[in-house]
Design a protein around this ligand. Structure first.
Ligand code: IMP
Length: 184
């Protein structure tokens, strides 16, 4: 596991998915989601910050009437590359989702703790339905079983950056997805 205290200069990037792999996956996901949500004017709820690039591409590929909300959470305890299990809402939903069809948009599901937390948060607000779309699934990290209704890629138990995902706030701007590895 990559630790937070490793300097950026000692890290290398290994290509996991190219921009064109990602474009194909987003197009496929959009097709699946469009079929299910075409006439539902869904609310897509993105989890900041990691979802911002994926969300932007997904909504444009979807091209159906929909609304967008963002939530910001913080998790405390362990370093940046491991989830602590304790989550707090930094910014919750601004609008209501009561009787609406909601689709959670996540960059990566690792332990599942974040998605589990969001699903509980949303269900308390009585939506008509809640689905989950995740770009990446790191199933080896799972501690809580959560549903993923629309999945881009399964990934190995490695730390992934790029396309919105960060290591210590770096690499979010990269157009591809990469695994981090230590030099040498
Ligand atoms: P979970 O609660 O463990 O499922 O973690 C979900 C959140 O942890 C994601 O939304 C990411 O912000 C972060 N995360 C987990 N694994 C990675 C990774 O490999 N790269 C970047 N962020 C990750």
């Amino acid at each position: 596991m990559i630790r937070k205290d490793i300097p950026l200069s000692q890290l290398q990037l290994e290509v996991l998915f190219t921009p064109s792999d990602i474009e194909s996956a987003v197009a496929r996901l959009a097709q699946e989601i469009r079929l299910d949500y075409r006439n539902k004017n869904p609310v897509l709820v993105g989890v900041l910050k990691g979802c911002f690039v994926f969300m932007a591409d997904l909504v444009r590929a979807l091209d159906i009437p929909l609304e967008i909300e963002f939530m910001s959470l913080s998790s405390y305890g362990l370093g940046r590359t491991e989830s602590s299990g304790k989550i707090e809402v930094v910014q919750g939903l601004r609008g209501t989702v009561r009787d609406r069809h909601v689709l959670v948009v996540e960059d990566i599901v690792d332990t599942g703790i974040t998605v589990d937390f969001i699903l509980r948060y949303l269900r308390r607000r009585r939506p008509a339905s809640v689905g989950v779309c995740a770009l990446l699934d790191k199933a080896a990290g799972r501690r809580v079983d959560v549903p993923i209704d629309y999945l881009g890629f399964s990934v190995p138990d490695r730390f992934v950056v790029g396309y919105g995902l960060d290591y210590d706030e770096q690499f979010r701007y990269l157009s591809g997805l990469y695994c981090l590895k230590e030099d040498g």
